[in-house]
Ligand binder design. Structure first.
Ligand code: PGA
Length: 262
């Protein structure tokens, strides 16, 4: 029997609108998370975009309790095992129990600083789906790969490592984050983003319809143009998600850019 295609429709607050996701990385402990939301919550319009926060594990509860706006919360990494002698790791089941609805997987810092492979990304995606945690899987090329004309090959390889597992997921997203644009101030043009997103969608295949986000030096000044590009359903924001006023302006940009997709 054919499986149902993944369809994100109408599940989350702000569903049908752009996704504006913050990746706090190793920033904002519990007290800072509370301070963030005390300022952020009154500054955003409820439901205008689908807000997602990837907090440090230890700040998840403080963030979820402190948010006065509808938002979803996730962790930044999981291990593929459910439990065991794996010091320092967190399983998908534990993340869920602690209140996470989503998890980033395969962020470029995980791939390039911690040496995570495509095969490990695939295992993590399967573990997340099994545990009912929505995987938000990151892909993206290095500058030398782009310069060598290998954009499509790299994205197809990275997406190929997990696309099959998404067919059974209740919810998922993919984030295209060119490695050369992360934390560098260099941003892909809306045309670059549209091209890469087209490749990602084609590599995912027609049965996996999930939002595809752009990430890499997104700021209030470029967010509307990026989110208005074809096939861009939202943004994944690192540095600019740490300041509540700046991130609220990016959320506003998402509302201006209009409905999402996926
Ligand atoms: P940046 O990070 O917005 O600071 O470039 C994006 C990311 O790493 O998700």
């Amino acid at each position: 029997m054919a499986e149902e295609p993944v369809d994100e429709s109408a599940r989350a607050p702000g569903a049908g609108s752009k996704v504006v996701a913050g990746n706090w990385k190793m920033n904002h402990g519990p007290a800072a998370a509370e301070r963030f939301f005390a300022r952020f919550s009154p500054a955003v319009e409820e439901g205008a975009v689908r807000l997602v926060f990837f907090t440090p594990d230890l700040s998840l509860a403080a963030a979820a309790d402190g948010a006065r706006v509808p938002a979803e919360f996730g962790v930044q990494n999981i291990h593929w095992e459910g439990s065991g002698a794996l010091t320092g790791e967190t399983s998908a089941e534990m993340a869920r129990e602690a209140g996470a609805a989503l998890t980033l997987i395969g962020h470029s810092e995980r791939r390039h600083i911690f040496g995570e492979t495509d095969a490990e990304v695939g295992r993590k995606v399967r573990a997340a789906v099994r545990a009912g945690l929505a995987p938000v899987v990151c892909v993206g090329e290095l500058l030398e790969e782009r310069r060598a004309g290998r954009l499509e090959e790299v994205l197809r390889r990275q997406v190929g490592a997990f696309a099959g597992s998404l067919a059974g997921a209740r919810a998922a997203m993919v984030a295209y984050e060119p490695v050369w644009a992360i934390g560098t101030g260099e941003t892909a043009t809306p045309e670059d983003a549209a091209e890469a997103h087209g490749i990602v969608r084609s590599a995912l295949g027609r049965r996996v319809r999930v939002p595809v986000l752009y990430g890499g030096s997104v700021k209030p000044g470029n967010a509307v143009a990026l989110m208005s590009a074809p096939d861009v359903d939202g943004v994944l924001v690192g540095g600019a998600s740490l300041d509540p006023d700046v991130f609220a302006r990016i959320a506003e940009a998402g509302a201006v850019a209009g409905p999402g997709g996926g």
